[in-house]
Design a protein around this ligand. Structure first.
Ligand SMILES: NC(=O)c1ccc[n+]([C@@H]2O[C@H](COP(=O)([O-])OP(=O)(O)OC[C@H]3O[C@@H](n4cnc5c(N)ncnc54)[C@H](O)[C@@H]3O)[C@@H](O)[C@H]2O)c1
Length: 323
């Protein structure tokens, strides 16, 4: 199976315009693509335009691709309209196995077979999503991180019926479009980054549930501690450096006992009403009653500064050629 040159992609369809679909749309728009957004919810259009108004100044500040313009995005409730003439599709509907499989079968019937269709799913295997489609070979997972218009990572992996060429194509395309695409070798449930997040999240919920630590203490511990290191190197190299002259070997030997200690809880705690209430109350206090839009704006401004220091901002004009 061969696919068109990724550099010839002009028009992208975004299916589902919630948090992630809106974020992808803003990203592709800023990189100079024509973007057709679709969502069946009657309130989604207003929500999307409000979102774009808030995100666009940040993207302008980052540097837009030469032909990037806000008027190059359209919105429809009807999926056929959005998919028309699409050179690439990024699906962002809710993480529901049956819904995604039906949606992919529908898109499969409308979009020509040589066009790659990617799912943003956080954890449903592509093998399940592509199960009802006639052309499953062009279907991949392109799992982003929120907000997709600022966080570079996108994990790319195929399902059992995906052609290797489609995974290669998507990996190359995302790079061209200003993302840091990470091609995975295997269809790992939750991919790499979500499995890591979940391990930490599970422990967060245990500590809050048992009253061992508050939301505020947990967030402070990450932000002022490991989070700073993780922005520049991953957990493996971080521990290698912490192991002195012998590096990671010393770390593994030295802390072997810690892995067996009772503090390593592998099961998630029960999600009781009381845990929901503690998490909500803790997050409300951490947010200090600031509205969500203000929190998002402050987060985005800080992320741009971090990415600039790390040299990880997409080069202005990285998706250039588009016109
Ligand atoms: N939120 C995150 O942090 C995050 C991160 C990475 C990946 N994802 C994945 O992205 C996808 C979307 O998640 P989200 O957080 O944006 O959810 P969301 O609930 O914010 O948005 C989902 C949108 O899909 C729309 N929708 C519902 N049925 C649809 C259909 N049949 N066709 C098209 N659109 C439909 C809804 O109206 C809604 O606007 C999920 O697969 C999720 O796992 C989420």
């Amino acid at each position: 199976m061969t696919f068109r040159d990724p550099s010839t992609v002009r028009r992208i369809a975004i299916v589902g315009a919630g948090v992630i679909g809106s974020g992808w749309a803003a990203h592709f728009l800023a990189r100079g693509y024509e973007v057709a957004v679709q969502d069946p919810d009657p309130v989604a259009a207003d929500r999307f335009w409000t979102f774009l108004d808030a995100a666009w100044p940040t993207l302008e500040g980052l540097g837009l691709a030469p032909c990037a313009a806000r008027h190059r995005v359209s919105f429809s409730r009807d999926i056929e309209t959005a998919l028309e003439a699409a050179d690439f599709v990024q699906e962002c509907a809710p993480d529901d196995r049956e819904l995604k499989a039906e949606l992919f079968a529908l898109m499969d019937a409308v979009v020509p077979p040589g066009i790659v269709i990617a799912s943003s799913t956080s954890g449903i295997p592509m093998t399940d999503i592509q199960a009802k489609s006639k052309h499953p070979e062009r279907m991949v997972v392109g799992h982003p991180f929120n907000p997709p218009y600022l966080i570079p990572l996108v994990e790319v992996v195929g399902g059992r019926q995906t052609a290797a060429a489609a995974v290669e194509w998507a990996t190359a395309f995302y790079r061209l479009a200003g993302k840091w695409s990470l091609r995975l070798d295997r269809e790992l449930l939750g991919f790499v980054a979500n499995r890591l997040q979940e391990a930490l999240w599970r422990e967060v919920l245990h500590m809050v549930s048992a009253g061992e630590a508050t939301v505020e203490q947990i967030d402070a511990a990450v932000v002022h501690g490991p989070g700073v290191r993780w922005a520049i190197m991953g957990p493996c190299l971080t521990f290698h450096l912490a192991g002195g002259e012998q590096g990671i070997r010393h770390m593994l030997q030295h802390f072997e006992h810690a892995l067996l200690e009772p503090w390593c809880r592998m099961e998630a705690p029960p999600l009781t009403d009381s845990l929901y209430e503690r998490m909500e109350e803790g997050c409300r206090q951490a947010a200090a009653d600031r509205p969500m839009a203000e929190l998002i704006r402050d987060r985005d401004e800080a992320l741009v500064r971090v990415l600039a220091i790390l040299g990880r901002l997409p080069a202005p004009g990285s998706s250039t050629h588009l016109g």
